[in-house]
Design a binder for this molecule. Sequence first.
Ligand code: TXA
Ligand code: MG
Length: 333
Amino acid sequence: MNEIERAAESLRTGGVVAFPTETVYGLGADARNEDAVRRVFAIKGRPTEHPLIVHLAWAAQSGEWAAEIPETARRLMQRFWPGPLTLVLPARIDVPRAVTGGQDSVALRVPNHPMALALLRAFGGGLAAPSANRFGAVSPTEAQHVRAALGDSVDHVLDGGPCSYGLESTIVSLLDGCPQVLRPGALPLADLRDALDEDGIKLADLTASAPRVPGALAAHYAPATPLEVHSIETLATRAEVLLAQGLRVAVLRRNRDLHGTPTLPLVPQFLLPAEPEAYARGLYARLHELDHLAFDRLLVEAPPVDEAWWAVNDRLARSARGSWSKGGLRGSN
Ligand code: TXA
Ligand code: MG
């Protein structure tokens, strides 16, 4: 038996398997097995009313989970699956409510990663899989992040190397008339809008109130190191203030020419690419790495306020709030 077959066999008997996807690593269990799903919640420390995404090998399996698949959903599946788009649809009555957090809707996605697809095909059914991190913490983009956070509580960790997007999927609800973005993510909004435009369909107003989604909790995706987001102009002053308090400060900024901005004091600087996709790919890995270095404070240069940066800005804002709501205590989540 190879590794994938062993993992699939474990899933069939109620096991929990961490596996790579193109977005982040997932923590999968048989979505039809309520005990296995409950184990996923327990391992993550996640409140049980927060629904999980059901991962499928093929779009054709959607009908086993969704009570109804509107034409718009079919088109989006055709266009973007396999890929980093999650669709929220009305759930069939037989979908375990442990998976949907008690809601009458279900989130579906066909991931675009060879190992995830091999596992899904070998298993044959739907895998309920949240990101493979402790609840509220930064998502894993490498197998070692999963091992460090969840260790022996997981039956298998499949290692597929670093994730190619590094940021969670974009979630779109098709429960009401207009498709509505519930979570910005790896699929750029512009691509989604273009695809919908071709069919004369509009996205719901992005500021419209979204259904209850835990990813929408203000504090989420938080590193252990207290994190602040500042413009490059105010970063230097802020660093000086913190240094004067005797704190160990690090700066995380975009790799570009800082000509014309105030000179930063002598603190360790870490760089991420200047472009949004590459920045997103490296962000979580950097945050994991910086947590190991145990700085007292991480000052992050605010990316541009621009739609292409929406998902990154969203995660940074939540990380900042999350790191503070934990009182800046390392490993407290
Ligand atoms: O990229 C991703 O989406 C990754 C990989 C592993 O696929 N998964 C992921 O799962 O990010 P998780 O559990 O960390 O986030 C799933 C999000 C949550 O915010 C959850 O509330 C939302 O999906 N969700 C799931 N079912 C839903 C539903 N029925 N209605 C609204 N939101 C739902
Ligand atoms: Mg998550």
